[in-house]
Design a protein around this ligand. Structure first.
Ligand SMILES: *Cc1c(COP(=O)(O)O)cnc(C)c1O
Length: 409
């Protein structure tokens, strides 16, 4: 009996990718072991976060770093750092910013529902440009001059959503922003692998970048990384840490001290609700070190072999065409694309997917292109034996049985 059985919750096979709503990723044994050890002692959280900063700096090339309660929390803290800097009075006022410079400039094509996290700090997003390419009515994405034209004294930062296709190029945006002494905050939550991306956005001039700790890094699900400029990371940390301290005995790490710039000790800040435990900080650090030294090519070769095994078991299925997209083609993880002949099968890709999710054990495939009749097998979350189960369940779904399979299987 598993711990999930004990609480009446079903374990699921995840071939949909590393999704927060399915539990993020699975922590390697060495991460779990580190968390168990971390749970056995009291520590000063500020000292632990300052040590985390050194590790994050080493792996990202940034000046400093902070473990956050997820990349979204990192966006809120990063925005809070851009709004308040090391001004203790402003820290205490957030998220009320009406009479402060409070705008963050963003390309319309970079907006996602995650930028709620930026607004939560008190920032107003000043949206720039059109979405011509998505509407099909135009050919050009937002250009740097448009971002520059939006800069006024009310602007405190530029936010940038990183994807392999993001335009304008980050290096051009940061060069422009730095001419105006404005920081650039990059959402790189899901841009790993490739592992080189740990350094890429900072190298392109980002002043702050966020990564999810609970996706490809395989740290604790509720963690993330905020890395970047030392003063901004210090601001974020001071707005996140428990600040019930006595001035007589407060001895913060040098990274957060900066007495010369702090007019006083801030109270609990906007990030106080984004608590990160000592076990999670340690788990994230061990996971980050593992991720940074992992042989990703070997891992992708292993994943491709799993996908090929599934494809071979579906080769005689008349209603599905399975095609391997190797890592070399996707630029990150390999994928198996399943093109469903919905008419011949008498089921839509969505119905097939729902049936798999409702069977035993529940199986989740990627649904991003399901409206076009395509389901995706993403190997990153597969455990030993999962590939065989997926192939078996798909075969029974395609050969006339209910896609849920048999409950006793
Ligand atoms: C997953 C994701 C986030 C949120 O990350 P968490 O670590 O779950 O908080 C933010 N932005 C993008 C683009 C993401 O994919």
């Amino acid at each position: 009996m598993t711990i999930y059985d004990r609480f009446g919750v079903r374990s699921r096979i995840n071939a949909a990718g590393l999704l927060t709503r399915l539990g993020g990723s699975l922590m390697p044994a060495e991460v779990l072991d580190a968390m168990r050890q971390a749970a056995a002692s009291f520590v000063d959280l500020a000292e632990l976060q300052a040590a985390a900063s050194t590790v994050i700096a080493r792996h990202t090339g940034a000046e400093a770093g902070l473990v956050t309660s997820g990349a979204a929390a990192g966006l809120t803290l990063g925005a809070a750092a851009c709004l308040a800097g090391l001004d203790t009075g402003r820290m205490d006022r957030l998220p009320e910013t009406d009479d402060l410079p409070n705008e963050i400039v963003m390309c319309r094509t970079h907006r996602t529902s995650y930028d709620h996290a930026i607004r939560a700090a008190g920032a107003r997003i000043r949206e720039v440009g059109f979405n011509d390419r998505a509407t099909g009515a135009g050919v050009r994405d937002v250009e740097v001059w448009e971002l520059e034209a939006a800069i006024t004294p009310r602007v405190v930062a530029v936010a940038y959503m990183a994807t392999p296709e993001s335009q304008p190029p980050l290096a051009e945006v940061t060069a422009m922003a730095h001419r105006h002494r404005l920081p650039v905050l990059v959402d790189a939550a899901a841009q790993l692998p490739p592992a080189e991306n740990l350094r890429r956005f900072i190298a392109d001039g980002a002043d702050l970048a966020v990564f999810s700790g609970g996706k490809a890094i395989r740290g604790p699900q509720g963690t993330g990384i905020l890395c970047g400029r030392r003063d901004l990371v210090a601001s974020a940390a001071l707005q996140q840490l428990d600040m019930d301290v006595r001035p007589e005995t407060w001895r913060p790490p040098d990274l957060y001290r900066r007495q010369e710039t702090l007019r006083g000790i801030p109270h609990h800040g906007i990030g106080r609700g984004f608590k990160v435990g000592k076990e999670e900080i340690v788990g994230l650090l061990v996971a980050l070190e593992r991720f940074a030294t992992l042989d990703h090519a070997a891992e992708q070769a292993r994943q491709e072999a799993l996908l090929l095994a599934i494809r071979n078991r579906l080769a005689d299925s008349p209603h599905i065409r399975a095609r391997l997209l190797p890592a070399a083609e996707t630029g990150r993880d390999p994928l198996l694309e399943l093109r469903v002949d919905e008419t011949a099968l008498g089921l839509s890709a969505f119905a097939l997917s729902l049936g798999l999710q409702q069977g035993e054990p529940p199986v989740h495939l990627g649904e991003r292109n399901a409206a076009q009749g395509v389901l995706i097998v993403n190997p990153v979350g597969l455990r030993e034996g999962d590939a065989e189960t997926i192939a078996t369940r798909l075969r029974s779904a395609l050969h006339g049985k209910h896609p849920g399979g048999t409950r006793t299987a």
